[in-house]
Design a protein around this ligand. Structure first.
Ligand code: UDX
Length: 440
């Protein structure tokens, strides 16, 4: 099939490559000249393992990029992959880019063309677009097909998703037939397909991400209890996670979640839930957000209580998670910025995210070399669990620092090994010496 992908950022760049791998002839469109030029040279617009290689392997006959909307003429399917960032800070969604993407495809549509929304949108957006489409291009079809890819695993998640969601109007057989053809290669591998209406597909995406956020905030709230009362959250999480009704994923406690999706999606769903008088849901989501914020704040408070004012602090990690150079809503950077604000000399290191970090969060010193970052520090904070930090030799690190104090905000280090190398260890959710905790 001939497929247009409109918006070539995180989602669109990966999606267009994945569709080409599935055997389609794909044209990626974006208004950003520099991004399109880079993609033509097969440069990925962000760090994403495997994407660069995949782009390089695909010939221009199966994957091309353009800034000219007329190059979309002749396509059968038009994926809308524009960003839907937060508008203000109360959870409202900025739909300008999505609406611009929608407008860009209209001149290329014919009766039977299928427009497919992939962007994450508030409940009611797809229905509104369907009305506009029916008015302006009678005979063209609309579907919503949310994307669940994780940064750092985007290629794998696009080619081998857990499920495919086809949101269509009144079970529209024509739209479904096109979607089945688009994803034939993935369906053939046995991937489950869930057919829904448009609003359910929109909600499914946000509700799935928010469920993950709730799970994380739950374990982080339990971590606080464990830390204060002398229990070990890692053991508690293992017991909980072995219940197949719960499962072990997303029970890794620490300084909480960040990135371009979970924090934004939590606020977006809460905002729309309030608008639609679903106050039970908005209350739950806002509580999860508060726990997430407090997970970072608790570590900052502890460091401020224990480390002398103005001391040099090494922060290991800036990215919101390993295998990514994304620093949006990064918990690690939030902690670093707050300690900087409180007068510490904060030195942040990260294998690949420093350029983004310096742009997003001026203030701390950014140091690419791990040894230099550790040198002379009075405390070390491990805040993004890159393998090279988790595997750091405590004896080597001891030889560099001014004081052997480690705060493990990701529970990534073998605590006993570090203790026996002379380090004073704090690990989030592990027992702290708080005096009397006996209840009887
Ligand atoms: C998420 C969803 O997983 C994905 O399905 C959706 O499409 C986009 O949002 P992503 O933001 O790339 O993906 O990262 P994810 O791997 O889900 O991690 C999110 C955050 O949770 C990170 O900050 C991570 O460090 C944190 N996390 C994850 C934990 O703190 N503990 C865990 O056990 C797992």
């Amino acid at each position: 099939m001939r497929i247009a992908v409109v918006g070539c950022g995180y989602l669109g760049a990966t999606h267009s490559a994945a569709l080409a791998v599935l055997g389609h002839q794909v044209v990626g469109y974006d208004v950003d000249e520099a991004r399109i030029e880079a993609l033509r040279r097969r440069q990925a617009p962000m760090y994403e393992p495997g994407l660069q290689k995949l782009l390089a392997e695909l010939p221009t006959e199966s994957l091309s990029f353009t800034t000219a909307p007329r190059d979309l003429d002749g396509c059968d399917v038009f994926f809308l992959c524009a960003g839907t960032p937060e508008q203000g800070d109360a959870g409202a969604t900025n739909l300008d880019y999505l609406l611009a993407a929608f407008e860009a495809v209209l001149p290329s549509l014919r009766p039977g063309s299928l427009v497919v929304g992939k962007s994450t949108v508030p409940l009611g957006t797809a229905g509104g677009l369907h009305e506009r489409l029916t008015e302006r291009c009678p005979g063209a079809l609309l579907a919503w097909n949310p994307e669940f890819l994780r940064e750092g695993h985007a290629v794998e998640d696009s080619l081998h998703p857990d499920r495919l969601v086809y949101g269509v109007v009144d079970g529209d057989p024509a739209a479904l037939a096109v979607l089945h053809e688009v994803y034939a290669g993935i369906e053939a591998e046995g991937c489950p397909v869930v057919v829904t209406d448009l609003p359910s597909a929109e909600v499914a995406k946000l509700a799935a991400n928010c469920f993950l956020a709730l799970k994380l905030s739950y374990i982080n709230a339990v971590a606080e209890l464990c830390e204060n009362g002398g229990a070990e959250v890692a053991d508690v999480a293992e017991v909980i996670g072995r219940d197949p009704r719960i499962g072990p994923a997303f029970l890794g406690s620490g300084i909480g979640f960040g990135g371009g999706c979970l924090p934004k999606d939590l606020r977006a769903l809460a905002h729309r839930a309030d608008e639609l008088a679903a106050t039970g849901l908005s209350g739950l989501l806002r509580a999860a957000e508060a726990v997430n914020d407090s997970s970072r704040a608790r570590l900052v408070d502890l460091v401020v209580r224990e480390v002398e004012p103005g001391a040099r602090i090494a922060v290991l990690g800036a990215a919101f998670k390993p295998d990514s150079d994304d620093v949006r809503s990064s918990p690690a950077l939030a902690v670093a910025a707050e300690l900087d604000r409180r007068g510490y000399e904060v030195v942040v290191t990260d294998p690949i995210a420093l350029a983004n970090a310096a742009q997003y969060c001026p203030g701390p010193v950014y140091e690419p070399d791990l040894g230099t970052a550790l040198s002379g520090s009075s405390a070390v904070l491990l805040l993004t669990e890159w393998p090279q930090y988790a595997e750091l030799d405590p004896h080597y690190a001891a030889g560099l620092v001014a004081s052997q104090r480690m705060y493990d905000g990701r529970k990534a280090l073998p605590t006993e090994r570090w203790r026996s190398a002379g380090w004073r260890m704090h690990s989030t959710g592990s027992p702290r010496e708080v005096g009397e905790t006996s209840y009887v």
